[in-house]
Design a protein around this ligand. Structure first.
Ligand SMILES: [Zn+2]
Length: 383
């Protein structure tokens, strides 16, 4: 941390402090627990304070990395240029929390938490709830070093990352890298596999970033269908030697009902649905079950009621054929399924005959060659 209380009770910030060696002769105390702090002036990290013995401190529990300290420093300096009147590491007694930075943006109090280390889910929830209780908007920013790209527009996003994504209203992930001095904003986050998601990516150098824009408006970047397509292509060419129990159940079902193996799964089970992030199961698993249900009805020339599709989805969740990423409301599930059905209508696979009642436009077609399927993927998602 950068802040401490001096012997005469004054707040002291290390940022911009000159005469570093003189600091060694003074005594500093923790604003939270009153414990004595040591000034750390090593070559690796920015000058900072650390508890001499921190067993009893309720706040300063995790040691801060050089990356974290430098990122926090840069974010604080940036917020000053944003007329946000930032406070560095203020202690909020009513909730016993000390955010990295607190600032006022567009008349809202924001607690900026720059998180580089793994954080336990209960701690994350507790801190988020604490700020809200105090009327402060929590703004989580993840250390960019925690992000791993797996392919163009694809990132490895685990439960750790999803905490951040779900904490905000826009379901985006904002990261900051003190080395490149840039924000990285991930939006349109759509899982393909459980832990691999498509994202639209925007890199914003900090000197060009507007806090109002970054924290209070949704990203305008668009979905790159070509990169989504490439993920389907990789799936079709993958050997599928090790598959999960969940995928195996679906594999057996497609084999039994449609004599279709995994590389030949229909284009219609790879639809990028934004609200689909609610599912923890891969995209082709949750859409696979719905596809089978829809085409079974279609083969009988029976009408397809939206309510029945939604019911089917709930049934498969109940049977644990597919799983949810987070507890969600009925509305949330409704929207995910609706976006899926709407896409199928847009592409002419389904046709709405009356409100929320559909018919299948094309009868189920026979086995195609892999090349035909890839062409169909392309025409569905790119053209
Ligand atoms: Zn302390």
């Amino acid at each position: 941390m950068f802040s401490a209380v001096t012997e005469d009770g004054q707040m002291f910030h290390l940022l911009g402090a000159s005469q570093r060696q003189k600091l060694k002769q003074r005594r500093f105390f923790c604003p939270v627990c009153g414990g004595e702090l040591a000034v750390k002036l090593g070559p690796q990290k920015a000058p900072h304070f650390a508890h001499k013995q921190n067993k009893s401190c309720s706040i300063d529990i995790e040691p801060e990395s050089a990356y974290h300290l430098e990122g926090k420093r840069q974010l604080y300096v940036w917020l000053k240029t944003q007329q946000a009147s930032p406070l560095l590491e203020p202690y909020i007694k009513s909730i016993n929390q000390r955010p990295d930075i607190m600032g006022n943006i567009k008349g809202h109090m924001l607690a900026v938490e720059y998180q580089c280390a793994t954080i336990a889910p209960d701690v994350f929830q507790k801190r988020t709830a604490g700020f809200k209780q105090a009327g402060i908007i929590p703004q989580w920013i993840m250390g960019y070093s925690r992000l791993k790209r797996t392919a163009p527009s694809f990132y490895q996003l685990s439960a750790f990352h999803w905490q951040f994504i779900n904490a905000g209203p826009c379901r985006e992930l904002i990261c900051y890298c003190p080395e490149t001095r840039s924000f990285c904003r991930l939006s349109h986050i759509i899982p393909f596999y459980t832990n691999h998601s498509y994202c639209s990516i925007q890199t914003i150098p900090i000197h060009l970033a507007s806090a109002r824009h970054l924290f209070f408006t949704e990203s305008k970047s668009s979905l790159r269908y070509d990169n989504w397509m490439k993920a389907i292509l990789r799936f079709r060419h993958k050997p599928h030697r090790f598959i999960s129990k969940e995928l195996n159940r679906l594999r057996m079902l497609f084999y039994e009902k449609r004599q279709t193996s995994l590389p030949f799964l229909p284009t219609e089970v790879f639809v990028p649905v934004k609200k689909g992030a609610v599912f923890k199961s891969p995209v082709f698993v949750w859409q696979g079950y719905l596809y089978l249900f829809i085409t079974d009805l279609g083969a009988k020339r029976a009408p397809i009621h939206f309510s029945a599709v939604l019911q089917q989805c709930k049934l498969h969740i109940h049977k644990k054929n597919m799983s949810l990423r987070y507890e969600c409301s009925e509305d949330c599930l409704f929207e995910a399924v609706k976006q899926y059905i709407d896409f199928l209508c847009k592409k002419g696979f389904l046709r709405e005959t009356q409100k929320e009642v559909y018919v299948l436009n094309h009868p189920a077609e026979g086995v195609r060659s892999l090349q035909d399927l890839i062409e169909r993927d392309r025409s569905c998602f790119i053209e």
